[in-house]
Design a protein around this ligand. Structure first.
Ligand SMILES: Nc1ncnc2c1ncn2[C@@H]1O[C@H](COP(=O)(O)OP(=O)(O)OP(=O)(O)O)[C@@H](O)[C@H]1O
Length: 259
């Protein structure tokens, strides 16, 4: 059984079908990519999983239980953590205090079993931003702020990490370090589900990838299989090297060109 199961989910906004009978999973100990062109429905799927958006149809199961109608805070209590495309840190607090607040909120959500207090400085060290501990959160670079979001998320000991464009704002070497960190976080047993536009990162760190297009899952599988899928190439660039093998770049370039 997968830690997260999204089953036949439909979300409609008026006449727009943002998610169209989408089914996919994320497994403990693995990094799963959710990719697709702009407007494909990735953020809406994240909202359905985290409880911000009620689906018109379909089911979300987490850790063996149906959570489709569970409010956000109860999902968090069960072990779901999320970072957002838009940064959510408290700008006037220091980086360290931001993580401290996240930790304290998570402990407050703890219900019968309060999670152990996370080691705040240890978390800053872990995501590589200890040098910014005493800086105000609104004064740090965007890439660092994304790592702060990750540290805040980790402070609640999530079983599932939902990461929305976590690498945007990171430079190349920071992205490489981030990839290593993700692999470690997954190896410790967490499930990571990531929406990410950096195809190099997606292809190098993900164990499984689901591709959305117009709200539908058009491909699921390991990176090499997804990268070679003509429907995926078509969805991204309106080009398939199966239609005309001589017409375009090789499939690595096709996906890299999306960035
Ligand atoms: N609250 C809303 N009201 C109306 N339409 C919406 C709403 N949220 C999303 N949509 C529409 O649903 C579709 C899917 O949007 P969504 O933001 O989930 O896509 P996405 O894959 O995350 O895109 P991006 O990569 O640009 O963030 C789009 O057509 C979008 O315009």
């Amino acid at each position: 059984m997968s830690l997260l199961e999204v089953d036949d989910v439909v979300v409609q906004f008026g006449g727009v079908t943002a998610v169209d009978h989408a089914s996919f999973t994320a497994e403990a100990g693995r990094i799963t990519g959710l990719i697709g062109p702009n407007g494909a429905g990735k953020t809406t799927c994240f909202n359905v999983i985290s409880g911000l958006q009620r689906p018109n149809h379909g089911t979300v199961r987490f850790d063996g239980r149906t959570i489709t109608r569970l409010p956000v805070h109860r999902r968090a209590r069960r072990g779901m953590g999320r970072t957002f495309q838009r940064l959510e840190a408290f700008g006037s607090l220091t980086v360290r205090d931001n993580v401290r607040v996240a930790r304290d909120i998570a402990r407050g959500l703890g219900g019968l079993v309060r999670p152990a207090a996370a080691d705040v400085d240890g978390l800053l060290e872990r995501v590589g931003i200890a040098a910014y501990a005493d800086e105000r959160a609104d004064s740090i670079p965007t890439g660092t702020a994304r790592l702060l979001e990750l540290a805040r998320c980790l402070a609640s000991h999530p079983k599932l990490l939902l990461l929305d464009e976590p690498s945007s704002g990171l430079d190349e070497s920071e992205t490489d370090a981030f990839g290593v960190l993700l692999a470690q976080l997954a190896a410790e047993g967490r499930a990571i589900l990531m929406v990410e536009h950096d195809m190099d990162l997606v292809m190098s760190v993900c164990d499984d990838i689901h591709v959305l297009d117009f709200g539908r899952v058009i491909a699921s599988g390991p990176p090499a299989e997804v990268r070679a899928n003509p429907q995926v190439q078509q969805a991204y660039l309106g080009y398939s090297d199966v239609d005309d093998p001589a017409a375009g770049p090789d499939d690595t370039t096709v996906l890299e060109a999306v960035r």
